[in-house]
Ligand binder design. Structure first.
Ligand SMILES: NC(=O)c1ccc[n+]([C@@H]2O[C@H](COP(=O)([O-])OP(=O)(O)OC[C@H]3O[C@@H](n4cnc5c(N)ncnc54)[C@H](OP(=O)(O)O)[C@@H]3O)[C@@H](O)[C@H]2O)c1
Length: 298
């Protein structure tokens, strides 16, 4: 593809994107960027996880700096704020735009924006909505915020990873909306676990719960997705329990003292109990386990 890269809209591009972090989300994002005709250099701490991308037109770099050298964009998709800072600290150079897509919350976004400013690098706070499958399909929703003047420049990158991009204002606005959406995801998954567990306790087939809400005003696809996992006892990994717990903490920190986010607090208690019981790296539907191990006396 080098020499005559072509974007997914057929336009010629000569854009290079460094993708730092090729986990569940970063790997398909890198693959979709390459498929859209962008030049992609990826780095991952555990190199073996990045290697399969070589077969998808992505160059694998040995170091974050090697990936980022001369790139137009540096896209981070790592665990949390501290891992992002650790990885980018000595990598940012003027000339690149930093697209920060990991979920890091409000305070870390401010810290990372300050780091970018110090390095003379424009910063776009761009967390994403959607999980493994939408990432693979290039159908994420990108919650972009940052300098308005970068909107056009970023369009080929966000267009390759997402089905929809919202530009929300100055950096930080994307992370705020992300937390609002994740409060909903966390409470919904926990509520699903509670109804499935209650059904079990009452001798009701939990599939009847999903059946009875099906197609009506109470229905939501997520209940079937996560509830189905809880009922089957199989938890194919889309979004790890440890990341869900991290996000619950970010939501609670953002809500501050003045707001009682009881649904998110309950979700966090159950997520932490599930983690303590050894389910940290399973899908967040494993919050279900936390309902039992989290209860005193059980
Ligand atoms: N999965 C989802 O549904 C989803 C959806 C939206 C947003 N998010 C957010 O996106 C981010 C990534 O999620 P994911 O699901 O892709 O997680 P993941 O599969 O666990 O990937 C995490 C990545 O971060 C790297 N990493 C962690 N700590 C590091 C450190 N100290 N130094 C260098 N690299 C480090 C990991 O490297 P190794 O491979 O070496 O461990 C891996 O590449 C998280 O902030 C998550 O909350 C996830």
């Amino acid at each position: 593809m080098a020499g005559s890269p072509r974007g997914n809209n057929g336009a010629m591009t000569d854009t290079t994107v460094a993708v730092l972090g090729t986990g569940i989300m970063g790997a398909p994002m890198a693959a979709n960027l390459a498929a859209a005709g962008l030049t992609v250099r990826a780095w991952n701490r555990t190199r073996a996880k990045a290697e399969p991308l070589a077969g998808k037109g992505v160059e694998i770099a040995d170091t974050p700096a090697g990936a980022a050298a001369g790139a137009d964009f540096v896209l981070t998709m790592l665990d949390d704020g501290s891992s992002v800072r650790e990885v980018v600290e000595d990598v940012l150079r003027p000339g690149a735009v930093w697209l920060q897509t990991s979920t890091v919350g409000i305070e870390w976004t401010a810290t990372l924006a300050a780091l970018a400013e110090k390095a003379g690098v424009p910063f776009v706070d761009a967390p994403v909505l959607g999980t493994k499958q939408p990432a693979e399909q290039g159908e994420l929703v990108v919650l972009a915020s940052g300098p308005e003047g970068l909107r056009e420049k970023c369009a080929p990158v966000f267009g390759a990873i997402g089905g929809r991009t919202l530009w929300l204002g100055p950096a930080g606005a994307g992370s705020r909306l992300k937390l609002v959406a994740n409060a909903w995801v966390l409470a919904l998954t926990n509520a699903t676990a509670e109804s499935v567990a209650l059904a079990g306790e009452l001798g009701v087939d939990p599939k009847l719960f999903l059946d009875v809400i099906s197609g009506g005003a109470l229905d939501v696809p997520y209940a079937h997705l996560k509830g189905g996992a809880m009922i089957s006892g199989e938890y194919p990994l889309s979004f790890a329990t440890r990341h869900a717990a991290k996000d619950a903490r970010l939501v609670l920190a953002a809500g501050g003292e003045g707001l009682d986010l009881g649904g998110v607090r309950a979700a966090l208690a159950h997520l932490d109990a599930a983690q303590d019981a050894g389910h940290a790296d399973e899908d967040m539907a494993a919050v279900y386990y936390g309902l039992r191990v989290g209860l005193p006396g059980r």
